[in-house]
Design a protein around this ligand. Structure first.
Ligand SMILES: Cc1ncc(COP(=O)(O)O)c(C=O)c1O
Length: 399
């Protein structure tokens, strides 16, 4: 589309932000389930390390691609958690994963290049691709298939312009964790069509189900086409510190490092020192957070089951999808009404692309009691909405 300024002007504002602002305006009594970040504050040892770093003079510009000391620690983390062997030159630290993804698309896309994106999926991706003149092409994840990609269906969406396959595991907003055999198929698919495979693993250490493990794409790749994006935001409760990182094949890593100069200069030095403390300090705070998310996931599932709302059990992340299609109204209208009449805010599913329609995403960042009460009120709103619908509309959608 047209020129960059026109593309910028055409950018939509995220409806999560619309809900977020409306919930904030509504004040204190609202049960906030739309939030996309941990409820926990950054652990004290990380904050202390940042303060120490500032006093010790880590207040200046750093290297474009991040401090070598942090990248050393990240090489170890990538090996341990993701099974990825990356040298420190193949790791680039960025101000959050969002900036990493933006820089990667800047480096890879030419106008009209197509990017295969999941729906329901992380909303900022299609906007970023469109902003840079690329063409977002959604591939649908079906609830009945556990919200996992169907490689056969993907085959039909490849064109000569397809450049990148974007995958996200554990996945926002579905909570799906992709297994090893699916990951192998996705890497083979990317190789067959000579695509980049951009694997967003920002929830890599947030696996909630005992029978699931996180599988990274890069260790399954033999020809340097996988790019891995991770973040400190969710796993380490550090959203506001803005630290993400990329593991990429050497040529691309060099390019990303070069791009940092005109885009952001470098990531925050103090935040990087905080990130180092998150990697080297005690694990207990993170284990406690994960245990809380697991408990809250079970609370949400129980509440949904008792209230008769269809929920999709999350195997990972801090989110869960609830089926609100029986309301018969658009999921944004449903979310706004839920907020207005029942003081519960949720993220409307259509924010996550066309296949998000008819779903609401709740966040496990709230306390258990708030989650249970929020789900009960959502069920009530669904019943009211359903009862209000004209009988012919009901007939149209009844099986
Ligand atoms: C799948 C996914 N990728 C990337 C991000 C961005 O993370 P960061 O805070 O590191 O920019 C998010 C944030 O919600 C996300 O859900």
């Amino acid at each position: 589309m047209r020129d960059p300024a026109a593309r910028a002007a055409a950018l939509r504002r995220s409806e999560i932000r619309v809900l977020f602002d409306a919930a904030a305006r509504a004040g204190g009594d609202v049960i906030r389930l739309e939030v996309g970040e941990p409820s926990f504050t950054t652990p004290a040892h990380v904050i202390d390390a940042a303060a120490r770093a500032a006093h010790d003079g880590h207040t200046r510009y750093g290297p474009n691609g991040g401090l070598a000391s942090l990248r050393e620690l990240l090489a170890d983390k990538l090996r341990r958690v993701n099974g990825i062997e990356a040298s420190i030159d193949e790791i680039v630290v960025t101000p959050g994963a969002m900036n990493a993804l933006y820089s990667i698309y800047v480096a890879l896309l030419q106008p009209g290049d197509e990017v295969l994106l999941p729906t329901p999926g992380f909303p900022n991706m299609d906007e970023t691709v469109a902003l840079l003149g690329g063409r977002p092409v959604f591939y649908r994840l079906a609830a009945d298939e556990g919200f996992l990609p169907d490689v056969e269906a993907l085959e039909a969406q490849v064109t000569p312009r397809t450049k990148v396959l974007f995958v996200n595991t554990p996945a926002n907003p579905t909570g799906a964790v992709y297994g090893a055999s699916l990951m192998r198929d996705l890497v083979a698919f990317a190789a067959r069509h000579d695509l980049w495979l951009l694997c967003d693993e920002v929830y890599d250490e947030m696996v909630l189900s005992d029978d699931c493990v996180h599988t990274a794409a890069a260790p399954l790749d033999s020809d340097g086409r996988v790019i891995t994006v991770c973040s400190f935001s969710k796993v380490y409760a550090m959203t506001g510190w803005r630290v993400g990182y990329v593991a990429a094949p050497p040529g691309l890593a060099d390019l990303l490092r070069k791009l940092q100069e005109p885009l952001v200069s470098c990531p925050s030095t103090i935040s990087q020192k905080a990130a180092e403390a998150a990697l080297t300090g005690p694990r207990a705070p993170y284990e406690q957070m994960l245990a809380a998310y697991r408990r809250r996931r079970d609370v949400a599932l129980d509440a949904a089951a008792s209230a008769g709302v269809r929920a999709v059990a999350s195997d990972g992340t801090l989110y869960m999808l609830l089926d609100v299609s029986s309301s018969g109204v658009d999921d944004l209208d449903f979310a706004l009404r839920l907020l207005e009449e029942h003081s519960v805010s949720v993220a409307p599913g259509s924010v996550f692309g066309p296949a998000g329609r008819g779903w609401s995403r709740i966040s496990l960042a709230a306390e258990s009691e708030a989650i249970a009460e929020g789900v009960r009120r959502l069920a009530k709103a669904l019943q009211e909405q359903h009862a209000e619908r004209p009988s012919n509309a009901r007939r149209e959608t009844s099986p």
